[in-house]
Design a protein around this ligand. Structure first.
Ligand SMILES: [Zn+2]
Length: 400
């Protein structure tokens, strides 16, 4: 065996042991050895290292059938922490989180009108401020950043984001050089599907997350691996074509799904309807100020039975349903989750899409497929960032 192989095996054993302590602790060294099929001495040395580094601690004693009672081990999620940064097309969130992806401290800042270089400058100044307040950087395991668009996780590069106008931004390198902390960069939807798998209600190895908000995105987990593609561009759900002679899209194509059912598309349909004199509660509710028309107003109009809102919601459901049936038939997921501003608080949309899938997807694929609403709430992207780091750094496996 080469020296490198030995190190790798040690690291793998260590993450096996840590995973078991985390998921089944408090647990004894003997049980760890049995459950991981490792020798007691391998477990002992891994545990010693984990205790020394503060990831694991000893507590009390367990029951024993005779002889000396074993000492039990438990995972310590609060001895270290991580920084998570979630960049969306409209805000930047920064958080300090523990190693179970719990938010300990959080800030949200608008990104109004910022593009390109200015986004990166804003990121640096916000991180400078946020991190200056932290006195225990030696306990920080790293920084994890999620960004919408085409992101190469291996290079830590944001290749392409049309709305924030970012092209080939070497974000990982920039952040690592500035703060001297190991940094991860990942696409936001990829990170959220991991978080739903690990911390949410959807513990499935074949899982698709679809977000419908300002834009449309998806994260696809196949056999517990993220589907990334060569450049990290897999899952650009919003840019799947639905009309060969349709609306021109900023991606260069025409008739992209994004141009028909994202909130931005629905918003422009509402404005056009108002301009052509179609009666709608939305006009009243906005007090004539179009900037007040946001998804929550649209959903309130739905609740109050507004005809325009209901018609638009039905159209969104039909197109989204058709696009989702394509995904179901392509990937045969065990579960498919809908998230984003347009989905939350819009049960009619969920039901109409569910019914569309029931009517149109391949029977054997839809029969036992779980379909539901995203479960992690407003911190989903921060939890996503944490999941990316934890999976890689501590080998937090998805399958246990
Ligand atoms: Zn497009």
């Amino acid at each position: 065996m080469k020296k490198g192989d030995h190190k790798l095996i040690q690291a793998l054993n260590r993450s096996k042991v840590l995973n078991k302590i985390r998921t089944e602790g408090p647990i004894s060294r003997i049980d760890l050895a049995k459950k991981n099929k490792l020798s007691p001495s391998t477990v002992a040395s891994a545990v010693q290292e984990l205790i020394k580094e503060g990831y694991v601690s000893e507590i009390g004693t367990g029951s024993s059938s005779g002889g000396r009672k074993p000492i039990l081990l438990k995972f310590n999620p609060d001895n270290h922490y991580l920084f998570a940064v979630a960049i969306t097309n409209s805000v930047m969130m920064l958080a300090r989180m523990n190693l179970e992806a719990r938010v300990l401290q959080k800030e949200t800042h608008p990104l109004t009108g910022l593009q390109g270089e200015a986004v990166v400058e804003r990121l640096q100044s916000l991180m400078d401020d946020f991190m200056t307040g932290q006195e225990d950087l030696e306990r920080c395991v790293g920084i994890s950043i999620t960004v919408p668009g085409i992101v190469s996780d291996s290079q830590g590069m944001v290749h392409y984001n049309t709305k924030l106008r970012m092209t080939d931004v070497p974000m990982k390198r920039m952040v690592e050089e500035r703060y001297g902390l190991r940094t991860w960069v990942e696409n936001d939807m990829n990170s959220v599907v991991l978080a739903e798998r690990r911390f949410g209600d959807y513990a499935f190895a074949n899982l698709i997350y679809i977000s419908i908000g300002d834009g449309l995105g998806s994260g696809i987990l196949i056999n517990d691996h993220l589907l990334r593609g060569k450049h990290g561009g897999a899952g650009e759900f919003g840019h799947t074509s639905i009309n060969r002679s349709g609306i021109r899209c900023e991606c260069g194509n025409v008739g992209c799904l994004d141009s028909y059912i994202s909130w931005i598309a629905v918003y422009s349909r509402i404005i056009t309807a108002i301009a052509t004199g179609r009666p709608t509660l939305i006009q009243e509710m906005s007090g004539g100020d179009y900037s007040q028309i946001v998804p929550s107003v649209f959903k309130e109009a739905l609740r109050r039975g507004d005809k325009l809102a209901r018609d638009l919601n039905e159209e969104v459901a039909e197109l989204l349903g058709a696009a989702i049936v394509n995904l179901v038939n392509m990937f045969n997921p065990e579960a498919l989750i809908l998230g984003g501003d347009m989905a939350h608080g819009n049960p009619e949309l969920l039901e109409m899409v569910r019914s569309y899938i029931d009517r149109h997807a391949l029977p054997i694929l839809k029969e036992d497929m779980v379909f539901g609403l995203a479960s992690l709430g407003e911190d989903e992207k921060l939890m996503g960032a944490a999941s990316v780091l934890l999976q890689d750094l501590l080998g937090f496996s998805l399958t246990e």
